[in-house]
Design a protein around this ligand. Structure first.
Ligand SMILES: CCCCCCCCCCCCC[C@H](O)CC(=O)SCCNC(=O)CCNC(=O)[C@H](O)C(C)(C)COP(=O)(O)OP(=O)(O)OC[C@H]1O[C@@H](n2cnc3c(N)ncnc32)[C@H](O)[C@@H]1OP(=O)(O)O
Ligand SMILES: NC(=O)c1ccc[n+]([C@@H]2O[C@H](COP(=O)([O-])OP(=O)(O)OC[C@H]3O[C@@H](n4cnc5c(N)ncnc54)[C@H](O)[C@@H]3O)[C@@H](O)[C@H]2O)c1
Length: 309
């Protein structure tokens, strides 16, 4: 189905990576999402370079990938431990790590960013790499909430820029939101769609609107949960239990926020509040701001709305 049937093709180069197939992926940001995407891409035969700001972070990323792969093979190779170990080694061989983003994009068919949810930091990163990456490299962001158009604006490859929004934890969540802007070429969009399918994911096509599809619906629900608690109309525990047992969610809203990371959650809310300052839904939360100010980001720091061992 043509995604851009209504689009008037601009005079952008339609040349993209060789026959549109993405094989070499450079991922910038080896945190929760970048490491998860690297794992799934490497597990499906792609060559991955994972980039972050320090060797220590990248060692942690690699350790996290290995730990997750061990959970996968426990099921996938339940009665064949040797095959499981071989699978893990083969996947890890597909992942190289680097702190040099510029060098790491030289052979990239796709540059996928999964760094901090901050527009200026993303724009600076993409603007810098736009000058270093091959002309045909496709750029994409894993942003939860920022306009792809705004992120792409720092580059000269508006036809080869899109959004690839994966879900946490990446090895378990089947969905990818593929986002096209008004300047994303059809070839680029199709390459991103096919890449998502090659990773074993189910893609949906999204416009570049706030929150794309899932977060547009998830953020209001989760903000209402926070307000309900702040009004004293329900404990965190009861609200989480209620949504799991009453609505069939695998995690309640407070559990999920701790899982996502309260730092990222705050970036999202602050960003949407700045864009829509009169919308009470996005008014800042004293409780959320307090937790983030105290460095309590949730699972990744050992405490958020809940404490973790
Ligand atoms: C209330 C405050 C509001 C504040 C404002 C809100 C603002 C809005 C915030 C929006 C944030 C958007 C973020 C982003 O853009 C979009 C998202 O990603 S949203 C998150 C989407 N994901 C979910 O909703 C996850 C829901 N949870 C689950 O699906 C499951 O709980 C789980 C995470 C899969 C875990 O499964 P469980 O059965 O619960 O428990 P286990 O941990 O035992 O796992 C079971 C089994 O699964 C396998 N497994 C689990 N995790 C992994 C992994 N990381 N890698 C590999 N395998 C995994 C494994 O086999 C486990 O078995 P085991 O190994 O434990 O034997
Ligand atoms: N956490 C989630 O559930 C989730 C889900 C979907 C999308 N996202 C989005 O993915 C992105 C990353 O989220 P996360 O949860 O993985 O964050 P994270 O904090 O776990 O990881 C971010 C990583 O990026 C690195 N980084 C920051 N600036 C960098 C730079 N300039 N160059 C290289 N590396 C840099 C950090 O060192 C860190 O390791 C955000 O845009 C977020 O909105 C998050």
């Amino acid at each position: 189905m043509a995604f851009f049937t209504h689009q008037i093709r601009r005079g952008f180069s339609s040349s993209i990576i060789k026959n549109g197939v993405i094989k070499n992926v450079t991922i910038i940001g080896g945190g929760q999402m970048g490491a998860g995407i690297a794992q799934v891409a490497a597990s499906t035969g792609h060559t991955v370079t994972l980039v972050d700001t320090s060797e220590d972070i990248l060692k942690k990323s690699r350790k996290g990938i290995e730990g997750s792969l061990k959970r996968v093979v426990k099921k996938k190779f339940a009665d064949k431990p040797e095959a499981g170990e071989e699978f893990i080694q083969n996947v890890l061989q597909n992942v190289s790590i680097s702190t040099d983003a510029g060098a790491s994009v030289q052979a990239a068919d796709l540059l996928l960013e999964a760094i901090v949810e901050n527009l200026k930091v993303k724009q600076d990163l993409f603007g810098h790499l736009d000058e270093l990456a091959p002309a045909n490299t496709i750029f994409a962001s894993n942003t939860s909430s920022l306009p792809i158009t705004d992120i792409a604006g720092s580059t000269s490859r508006l036809d080869r820029f899109g959004g690839l929004h994966f879900f946490n934890p990446v090895p378990m969540m089947k969905l990818v939101e593929v986002v096209g802007t008004s300047t994303t070429s059809q070839e680029t969009f199709d390459s991103l769609l096919n890449f998502s399918k090659a990773l074993g994911k189910t893609p949906v096509s999204c416009k570049d609107t706030p929150g794309f599809i899932v977060n547009r619906l998830l953020v209001p629900y989760m903000m209402e949960a926070l307000r309900l608690h702040e009004r004293g109309h329900g404990s965190k525990e009861d609200i989480d239990i209620a949504m799991k047992l009453g609505a069939g969610y695998p995690m309640g809203p407070f559990e999920l926020c701790d899982y996502v990371g309260l730092d990222t959650v705050k970036f999202i809310i602050d960003g949407w509040s700045a864009k829509d300052p009169h919308n009470p839904l996005f008014a800042s939360s004293e409780l959320l701001n307090k937790l983030v100010a105290e460095g309590k980001y949730g699972k990744k720091t050992g405490e958020g709305f809940y404490k973790y061992k």
